[in-house]
Design a protein around this ligand. Sequence first.
Ligand code: NAP
Ligand code: MG
Length: 497
Amino acid sequence: MTTAPPPSRASVVGPATIDLAGLWEYAPAPESVKPRLRDRYGLYIDGKFMEPSEGGYFKTISPSTEQTITEVAEGTQADVDRAVAAARDALPKWSSLPAIERGKYIFRIARRIQELGRELAVAESMDGGKPIRESRDVDIPLAAQHFFYHAGWADKLQYAFAGRNPKPVGVCGQIIPWNFPLLMAAWKLAPALACGNTCVLKPAETTPLTALLLAEIFDEIELPAGVVNIITGAGATGEALVNHSGVDKIAFTGSTGVGKRIAESAAGTGKKLTLELGGKSPNIIFDDASIDQAVEGIVQGIYFNQGHVCCAGSRVFVQESVRDEVVDKLKRRMNQLRVGDPLDKNTDVGAINSEGQLATINKYLAEGKGGGCDFWQAEGDVPSSGYWCRPCLFDNVQPSEVIAREEIFGPVLAVMTFRTPAEAIERANNTPYGLAAGIWTDKGSKIFEIASKLKAGVVWLNTYNKFDAASPFGGFKESGFGREGGMHGLRAYTQLD
Ligand code: NAP
Ligand code: MG
């Protein structure tokens, strides 16, 4: 046994020469951490895992291997009834708890997410296909950050709404998509709990795992029963939750099509509603930008999380004078991206989330190839099983083409050009969406001028896809309404006198 102090994390990066005995948690292969999973997960209702009322279970698979990870309960109307009833029963106690106590529970959730970060990251990458580097360094830390941030708000709501009397809305029905499963759960639950509401959360069908591990965390930290209920299932389960008369507020993140249906069904019911929907965000590269940085920003904008990102920079507008340089450098960089096993820490682009999503992407690729633009795809092999799409782009795209207008939600970029700033703004805003935008330039004055004219909820300047719990996120137009995160995000979960 050595008496030397353990090496710092930074010094344990090489594989062979350092004795790692007893230090396995610092070893350079965090992907070998095995999440502790059950063979089957029931529904988490009233503080307990329960059998689904009709006894149905479905498999959640790994999209990189197509193998079953575990089985998950299929929630039906009767289960949604039970969950909403549990949330309603828990509401008076939770909402009247001293705010500082509510904050402590939320703080404990955040701490436990941090402590279990490695396991959660592996579970997230197994279930959804995203690279472990992203789960480990982005999704899970940001989920913890979101709970920490809102733990701080719990006893300070009167400062967020000065002169008003913020009260909880009641029972919140929350529906999340599959692209950032744990992070979206955190975005929904943390502000709702901080404001004294109780929740029923419906994770996406293909990525229910980390929400169920979160339920175990609630159990561990002894969150009062019924404060958060987790109902797994498919679209019908979500629909039952949305239409339930015992729900006071609906928070939905997902596709614009489903969002529109939810808005129709909520109309006239008195339910509060926030929608975080799709996007087709512009990433604008001016000729005075640092081109190498801009190329990195394009890659981060569209190939991060296989392009399964609502705010992905899926339309790039390059100023004509630097078009060739940008496209050449971009292709070179795309060829360096490693596509493959999500659990390999060197992987840049993981598996497409599901067979269905791969079919959608392939449909768009066929459509684009049949049009007038040039298709280019990064070279390389992909594993023989699982769902894969190597990073690709369409060049010389006309704004009227389908691949330039519709959200593909995959690693597919549309490259277009512009001559003047006015043309860049006009083309960038020419979309039914309005979620995000990126601007790459060396000139501060240009940044402020362009940003003020873009119709987008978030505008990134010389960076892309950066998130922070203190920063509100949400869209304009068909990208939805309401904000999540920051002080603005609290508004959706409060009633004001
Ligand atoms: P989706 O089909 O709309 O599904 C989202 C969630 O809604 C899932 O939990 C889904 O369950 C559930 N659902 C499906 N039909 C429903 C219905 N009729 N009533 C209630 N719930 C229903 O979207 P997706 O294809 O999973 O996700 C990708 C989309 O989400 C993209 O368009 C993307 O832009 C958008 N998105 C937006 C944001 C944002 O913050 N703005 C963030 C992430 C994703 P099942 O999974 O079981 O079908
Ligand atoms: Mg899965």
